[in-house]
Structure formats: C-alpha cells, structure tokens
Design a protein around this ligand. Structure first.
Ligand SMILES: Cc1ncc(COP(=O)(O)O)c(C=O)c1O
Length: 450
C-alpha cells in the first residue's frame, strides 16, 4: 500500500464538522431519506483503526462502523481477494445456479461456528434479513406459529425482525401491525432489572427469576409452550445497552427450550466475528444454538448476512425461502478472507487481552467519576453507563450525549447504546497504546461535560 495512505494517529485540522463535511451533510439531508445518523463524521478513507474524513481530519474509531469492520480498515489480504474476484466475476445468480466461492465461504463459516453438529448456511444481505430467515427456518421446521423475544432486544427493522426489537418505542411508531406471534420477556440485566436482584452478586437468582417468569407467567398462563417455534435472543444485548447476562443464562434457557421442543435462535449479528474474544459469544456461554443469525463483520463491510442452522432444521424443500443477492461473490470471498484473517492474525487473543485492558482503564475512570455507574462487557465489546445517582441508577443520558459529542470534537468516534451507555467497540487489531489514546480523550470529554 502507498505509505501516504497510512493513518497513524488522531489529527484534527479543521473545526468540526469541517467545511466539506458540512456541504455533504447538507446535501445528504436534501437527497437521502431520513435514517438514524448520530455523528457528523463524513468518512472518506480508512486505515487500521483510523478514519479520515473529507476535510483530512483523522479520527480514532471506537465504533468499527457499528461492529462491521472488526478486522480494521484497509486489510491487504481481504482487499487482494476481493480485487481478484472483481476481475473474474462479481455476480451471476446464486439463487438459480452455483458458485464454488459460496460453498467455500460456508465451509469456513461452519468451521468457526460453535458446537460440533452438522450445519448449513443460508446467505442473506443484512442482520435483519438473516433474522427473517432464521425465523422462517424455525416456523417451517416446527410448524408452530409463536416466538419468545426479549425486552431491550434489537434484531433489525423489517416487519418480522422489528416485531422482536424492543429497545426504543420510536422503532415502532406508526408501523403496527408487525409480524404477530411474539411475546417479550425480561432480559437478565445484572445491573437494572424488574426483579430488583443484584445480578452481579447473585447471578443464578437472576437467571432463575427470568426462567420462572417464562415458565410460570408465560407458558403457565397464556402461551402453550407447544405453540412456540423458537426463542430469539442476543447473547449480549447490543443496541439495548451492552447488557451481559449471567454466564449460566443461555445454557439454562436453551435447556428449557429443548425440554419444550422449542428452537434456540442466537442473534450474533453484533457479537460475532471475534468481538467478544471468541469467534462467537455463544462459546463463552457454552451453547451451540440451533440457529445462529450473523451479519455485520461477516464480510468486513461488504453487505452480507447468514443463518447458520443445524442441518436437521434445514428447509425441507426448494422454494420455501430464497433471495437474489445472498452470498454474492464479492461478499463470499470477503467473508472467507475475513475468517482467515481473524485466525491468522490471532485477533481473538487480541480481543480478549486488549479488551481486558480496556475494561481495566474504564474501571479506573469509574473510580474517578461517580457518574459512571457501571462498566461492563466481554472482549472488545465494552460499555460504560452514566447515572445521575449511583444508588438510584437513574439514567444520565444528557452526560452520555455530551461526552460523545466532546469526544468527537477531540477525534474519537463513539456510539451510544441503550438509554445512557457508551459502547467501546474498536477494531480487533487495536493495541494498548491506542486504548490509552482513547481513554485520555474520553477522560477530558467527561470532565468537559460535567
Ligand atoms: C443484534 C442485532 N441484530 C440485528 C441487527 C440488524 O442488522 P441490520 O442493520 O444489518 O439489518 C442489528 C443491527 O444493529 C443487531 O445489532
């Protein structure tokens, strides 16, 4: 790579947003339909853990494009594989014909998926679309109509996935009726939960409370368990606030599901591909889900999603489900190369080690600022939660928002999660020195926000 392309550190050379960025944002508002923008970063180029904007400001990226670029920007190996494929063929019709690259990508994905059961892959184009496929697989196999989802969960915005999404009311405003047949139950949030259990001190009690709720109040009162096809759940709630449940939770819930012949569907869209220090967070929780939805970092930013399903739950006949672009050739080679890069560069070890270091540095900050009520996470999926009062744990969203804005002005890209948390999800190639760079900026950003 041309050395002028290398981005080495934060460098802010204009007021923010800069003049060119302001122009692009004004035109974006005119020509693009309203979506979910949160920071006025107009990205132009990426290298490693840094993003350069259209005014040549360089930002340290602690968002990884919302966990879509876990391996960092400008990875030479992935670029070479995609480039090679681009010159051969970038699309034909994976729906009706066959691609060798799709088979190889599926073998690579199954090779790193949790558990040892025979598995198959259905390719889609996004997280929501993968969840749609996972839900259809479950309904199709079980011939049952109902599902269980979680309060605080996020699974996407298409009408099926949206019916499970329960992290912000705005996601639903004006869109009912959505897919029917979804019952939400509380997620075991160790920090704030409706059972008033301290889930850090008593994790098993918290797991029991949620399982009892499902058995006694849901299955016991209104939803016959034999009408339920699947439980759709994130291993760690992402958009809902980076909530890490007790370690025994998923295994015990999956056992309860299986006792009732219900499929366990893990949404690893945000947690997958090394984010939490293992290839998939399911491994940490010691579960081998029946169906696993993945997307985001699966192909390092080239649109792709997938449902990885135990082979026995595959669609029973052709025509039940399909799409045009799922497993597109560029995405397929990028996905296989991404998996190889995560392994070859031992990014899982880095995610664990630097993730622990990041957690330690965030805990130091929480000793300095009473407004940080909780520090939580696994690997390089960490968060801090701002509170007005440590005893009441009242959300301090204003300080969270101010801190993100201050950090942006100082060259650090951060994203919120839940009502009052900031998530820290840098590329998995980040080192301790870059974490220190981020913590220094964060520290002064909180101080300036108080
Ligand atoms: C856990 C989870 N599932 C599904 C989705 C939806 O993915 P997409 O935006 O690619 O449809 C997201 C997106 O943030 C997510 O975090």
């Amino acid at each position: 790579m041309d050395s002028s392309a290398v981005l080495k550190g934060v460098k802010i050379v204009t007021d923010l947003p800069g003049p060119r960025a302001k122009q692009v944002i004004a035109e974006d508002e005119k020509y693009l339909a309203t979506s979910t923008k949160s920071l006025p970063v107009v990205a132009s180029r990426g290298y490693g853990c840094y993003i350069e904007d259209v005014d040549k400001n360089v930002f340290l990226d602690f968002s990884s494009g919302i966990s879509t670029t876990n391996i960092g920007y400008g990875d030479e190996y992935v670029i070479s594989k995609v480039e090679e494929q681009l010159h051969k063929l970038w699309h034909f019709a994976g729906t009706d014909f066959f691609y060798e690259e799709q088979v190889e990508a599926a073998k690579a994905l199954i090779g790193v998926a949790p558990g040892s059961h025979d598995k198959k892959v259905f390719y889609a184009n996004s997280g929501a679309e993968s969840n749609e496929a996972s839900l259809k697989l479950a309904r199709s196999y079980t011939k049952r109509p109902q599902f269980i989802g979680f309060i605080g969960g996020f699974h996407g915005r298409t009408m099926g996935a949206l019916a499970f999404t329960a992290s912000q009311p705005v996601h639903h405003e004006g869109f009912f009726p959505e897919m029917n047949g979804v019952t939400h139950i509380p997620f075991p949030d160790p920090y704030r939960n409706p059972f008033n259990i301290d889930g850090y001190e008593n994790p098993e009690d918290l797991t029991n409370a949620v399982l009892d709720y499902l058995e006694d109040y849901v299955f016991g009162r209104f939803l016959p368990s034999n009408s339920v096809a699947g439980i759709l759940v994130e291993p760690i709630q992402g958009e809902g606030g980076y909530i890490v449940p007790p370690r025994d939770f998923h295994k015990r819930l999956m056992e309860l599901a299986h006792d009732n012949e219900i499929l366990y569907i893990m949404d690893e869209v945000q947690t997958g591909f090394g984010r939490t220090g293992t290839f998939f967070a399911s491994e940490y929780f010691d579960v081998d889900p029946d169906i696993m939805s993945v997307a985001k970092s699966i192909a390092s930013g080239i649109p792709m999603g997938a449902s990885v399903v135990k082979s026995k739950y595959d669609f029973e006949k052709s025509g039940l489900h399909s799409n045009t672009f799922g497993g597109n050739l560029l995405a397929a080679v990028a996905s296989r190369a991404t998996i190889e890069e995560i392994k070859n560069k031992d990014m899982l070890t880095n995610s664990k080690n630097v993730g622990n270091y990041l957690n330690k540095r965030l805990k130091e900050l929480s000793e300095k600022y009473d407004a940080i009520g909780d520090v939580r996470g696994l690997g390089l999926m960490q968060a801090i939660d701002f509170v007005k009062n440590r005893r009441t744990k009242a959300h301090f969203a204003a300080l969270r928002d101010k801190t993100i804005e201050n950090a942006y002005k100082r060259g650090l890209i951060l994203l919120g999660a839940g009502e009052s948390a900031i998530r820290f999800i840098p590329p998995l190639i980040i080192n301790e020195k870059q974490v220190d760079e981020a913590i220094d900026i964060l520290d002064s950003s909180i101080k300036a926000g108080l």
